[in-house]
Design a protein around this ligand. Structure first.
Ligand SMILES: [Fe+2]
Length: 329
């Protein structure tokens, strides 16, 4: 029976839909072999589907480890096929061989059954977007507050795709560092929000300067340096964001006092700004930019260590590196 008002067979239409939706989707059979991943999943993983299709899910994405001590099952999809437990909008941390640290996502999984109820496999449907974050921790702040932060994220992304993806990663790294430092949930969430909006002041900088491949003139550099104050000033119009403002203003201060805008030193720099500085630099180094290719991971880590106590708070560098090493295991 054809369930579609179309000339094509069902599976062609279904495939077109799956390929077009923004949510990452992955499907396995009951032996956990990957049958399908859609384009959004490829983009999320930054991996080619040919490297994954037809392989065992655990081998292709999880180094052969079904579970680990920290999170139990490494993949909610695997848990579904092995235990029959299905998830609906479940917050999960996904850490595959393709990402350095876990990504917070929401997942729904379900078993795929034949007519008589025989299980053929399982499918996972992910929600991978800063906008979905409000479903993960709806109690942290009134949703209208979070929506304001997403609006800023959107405004930044509309101008500059690098900044949008960058801000989300900085937010995620900052959240993980804050968690690891034992901060309370409210501060951990604040660290995430600071990451999302930290470069909002770049809205005031012409795109040709932001994306310039040749060296900047001193005037242009001055303009770019103004983005931390500009960001704080934009956010100052929203009263409930007052805790974020000093953090954003100080996110380019350096631990030895040679940063901007105020030349703050050591503990004078807000702790969340010191966290942002490490997350921001690490993501910038490990991403392709208009003027250079991404650094290899080892080089980026060496740079963090080399600049510990100079640009960065050495304690935070230690925590971050220890965290990355642990996730790499
Ligand atoms: Fe910045």
């Amino acid at each position: 029976m054809n369930n579609f008002a179309s000339d094509g067979p069902d599976h062609e239409v279904a495939q077109l839909i799956l390929e077009s939706i923004p949510n990452p989707v992955i499907m396995i059979n009951n032996e956990s072999t990957v049958l399908y991943i859609n384009r959004s999943m490829e983009v999320f993983l930054k991996a080619d589907r040919d490297a994954i299709l037809g392989k065992s899910l655990v081998e292709a994405l999880y180094k052969g480890q079904t579970q680990n001590r920290r999170v139990g099952f490494r993949s909610p999809l695997l848990e579904t096929i092995l235990t029959g437990r299905e998830f609906t909008y479940q917050p999960v941390e996904i850490k595959t061989i393709y990402n350095l640290v876990p990504r917070s996502m929401l997942v729904s999984t379900f078993l795929i059954k034949e007519g008589k109820g025989k299980i053929k496999g399982a499918c996972a449907f992910f929600y991978d977007n800063v906008h979905d974050w409000k479903h993960i921790r709806p109690t942290v702040a009134p949703s209208s507050h979070l929506e304001t932060v997403y609006a800023f994220a959107e405004a930044i992304g509309a101008r500059d795709c690098y900044t949008m993806g960058h801000s989300e990663k900085v937010a995620e790294y900052s959240r993980l560092i804050a968690e690891r430092m034992g901060m309370d949930q409210q501060t951990v969430d604040l660290a995430y929000m600071c990451g999302v909006v930290h470069d909002v002041g770049k809205i005031g900088i012409p795109e040709e300067i932001l994306n310039k491949k040749s060296p900047l003139s001193s005037e242009e550099y001055k303009l770019i340096m103004g983005h931390s104050i500009m960001g704080a000033s934009i956010l100052s119009h929203i009263s409930w964001l007052e805790d974020i403002i000093p953090v954003i203003e100080a996110h380019h201060e350096k631990f030895n006092g040679t940063g901007y805008p105020r030349g703050l030193k050591g503990d004078e720099i807000p702790l969340l700004s010191r966290i942002l500085a490490v997350s921001d630099a690490f993501d910038a180094m490990t991403s392709d930019r208009s003027y250079r290719k991404a650094f290899p991971l080892e080089k980026a880590l060496d740079e963090l260590v080399r600049n510990a106590g100079i640009q960065f708070d050495p304690t935070i560098v230690d925590i971050f590196i220890e965290m990355l090493k642990e996730y790499a295991q």
